[in-house]
Unconditional design. Structure first.
Length: 521
């Protein structure tokens, strides 16, 4: 399986943009699309959750038919325990939540939940037609065991039992119908006490976006990071044979992607999952090398060994379009075609194909946009997968909190350092646009991201300085933000459906503009 994950939770793509990319993904060599549709189809099972721009079932079925015609096997993804924000934020479904007022997770002990999910799965199958796989999500369910009923169950059994029983119940009709259920692997790795009870018909997607070979540490779900030379006996007892398959003698480095081997050895069909976009990215550009090195190593693990393949995830809450994620997107097919290549070979091939020359300046400029500062990423801008409105005073309140915490100087220093990097990147992209034989459209997109980050860093610096008593330049900063907003409105038009485009612009710009306008007044 060489798969690409389409996340439509935030970026509600137009049909034309999806069609263009499905064609490109097929040409690159992908064979599978994971469709995380969420509220982008007008579902009968949950009509309240549908986006104003949602496709009709028939419209989306045509997109699925196109996917199949291109040789891209469609796999529906319906979140069945956590990441339920788009459902639970609506009052008719709030009683299904694990914690009252917490919209991110269903209660797995709710008597109404399994029938509700089974009805929805059946509706998905009506839209998608005959499928071999069905992804049930089930990642990041961090609130398990918090309601009274679940807490009592966990005390008698375990969180692992609670999770596995829920997944098994949701998956049962799929298994009975000969369809392979899929879940993300993080929770079964985090709570693995009862792992042997998980049905082996369930395929596991083993994701981790923060790891690569040679990083000097390993991630252990449920226990966090361990230095290579300080992996404790409690970890080695469970995973030693997979961390050190050749023995843990001095000089041996642990296998970074050991969890995939552990799961496969337990009898699960296992797929590795890197990412071309994830939490921590700036909203205008990804951490390019961060995702490239993770994707390179994860794809090699999934595609070149005993596993079932690799699926590249692309979480669109971070807003930058797929064009800026093109390097990781092109990696999986390259790894399969060139199993003995090095990542430097891929980089040289990429720039030569896209720009007509082997030019490391492109990679350097992309890298200069990877670090974040105030108001350049989702956390400081105040929006997430819940897709709720951001208060107009959010940016001003964030700066005021930093003032009260005594962190203005620290943040100003970071903003200043990042601004220099963003401006340097913009200058490099300018040079590349003048010298590249081809590929100027791609360079211009990166140049826009560099300019956007520079504009935002200047705005953040001005707001921080104003909180310290130095107010100057707010009018120019506001004008630059508004001009930038217009550029992104034009960029997203044709990529994102209209209602969601307006929301994305509001999340990205409204509170920053409001804070600058307040300074002018």
């Amino acid at each position: 399986m060489i798969g690409f994950h389409i996340d439509m939770n935030i970026a509600q793509f137009t049909r034309d943009y999806l069609a263009k990319w499905l064609q490109l993904l097929a040409e690159l060599g992908y064979d599978t699309i994971i469709w995380e549709v969420e509220n982008n189809v007008r579902w009968k099972t949950c009509p309240e959750c549908s986006s104003p721009d949602a496709f009709s079932a028939e419209e989306f079925r045509e997109i699925i038919d196109l996917s199949r015609s291109l040789g891209l096997e469609p796999v529906p993804l319906l979140q069945t325990i956590a990441h339920a924000e788009y459902v639970l934020k609506h009052e008719p479904y709030s009683h299904l939540a694990e914690v009252p007022g917490e919209i991110r997770q269903y209660c797995p002990q709710s008597e109404e939940l399994i029938p509700f999910l089974h009805r929805w799965i059946a509706e998905y199958l009506e839209v998608f037609g005959d499928v071999r796989f069905f992804h049930l999500g089930a990642d990041e369910a961090w609130w398990m065991g918090q309601c009274a009923k679940c807490r009592a169950y966990v005390q008698e059994h375990s969180v692992s039992d609670l999770y596995i029983n829920h997944v098994s119940a949701v998956a049962a009709p799929l298994i009975a119908g000969g369809i392979t259920p899929i879940v993300w692997a993080d929770m079964i790795l985090h709570h693995n006490e009862a792992i042997d009870k998980m049905p082996r018909e369930v395929m596991l997607f083993d994701w981790n976006y923060d790891i690569h070979h040679g990083m000097g540490k390993v991630w252990v779900w449920g226990k966090e990071w361990f230095a290579d030379d300080d992996i404790g006996p409690e970890v080695l007892e469970d995973f030693g044979a997979y961390l050190f398959p050749a023995g843990d003698e001095p000089g041996r480095h642990p296998e970074t992607f050991y969890t995939a081997d552990f799961l496969a050895d337990k009898g699960f069909r296992t797929v590795t999952c890197p990412s071309s976009s994830s939490y921590g990215d700036n909203v205008f550009s990804p951490r390019n090398w961060y995702h490239m090195i993770n994707t390179w190593d994860s794809c090699r693990k999934g595609l070149l060994g005993k596993l079932e393949g690799s699926v590249l995830t692309s979480w669109t809450v971070h807003l930058h379009p797929w064009e800026l994620q093109l390097a990781p997107i092109e990696m999986a097919p390259f790894v399969q075609r060139h199993p003995n290549a090095a990542i430097a070979d891929f980089q040289a091939d990429f720039t030569e194909r896209h720009f007509g020359e082997k030019d490391d300046r492109f990679w350097r400029a992309c890298g200069l946009l990877s670090k974040r500062c105030l108001l350049t990423h989702t956390a400081s801008l105040g929006f997430d997968k819940a897709a709720l409105p951001v208060e107009s005073g959010h940016a001003a309140a964030t700066v005021d909190r930093l003032r009260r915490e005594g962190r203005l100087e620290e943040e100003l220093a970071n903003v200043g350092a990042r601004l220099k990097e963003y401006e340097t990147a913009a200058a490099i992209f300018d040079e590349l646009a003048g010298s590249a034989v081809e590929g100027r459209d791609l360079i211009e997109l990166w140049h826009l991201a560099a300019r956007a980050l520079a504009v935002r860093a200047r705005s953040a610096g001005l707001l921080l300085a104003a909180a310290a008593g130095h107010v100057a330049g707010a009018q120019d900063a506001l004008a630059a933000e508004r001009e930038l907003r217009g550029e992104y409105d034009r960029l997203w038009d044709g990529i994102i459906r209209p209602a969601r485009c307006r929301e994305m612009l509001a999340w990205t710009f409204d509170s920053v503009e409001a804070a600058l306008l307040e300074l002018i007044r």
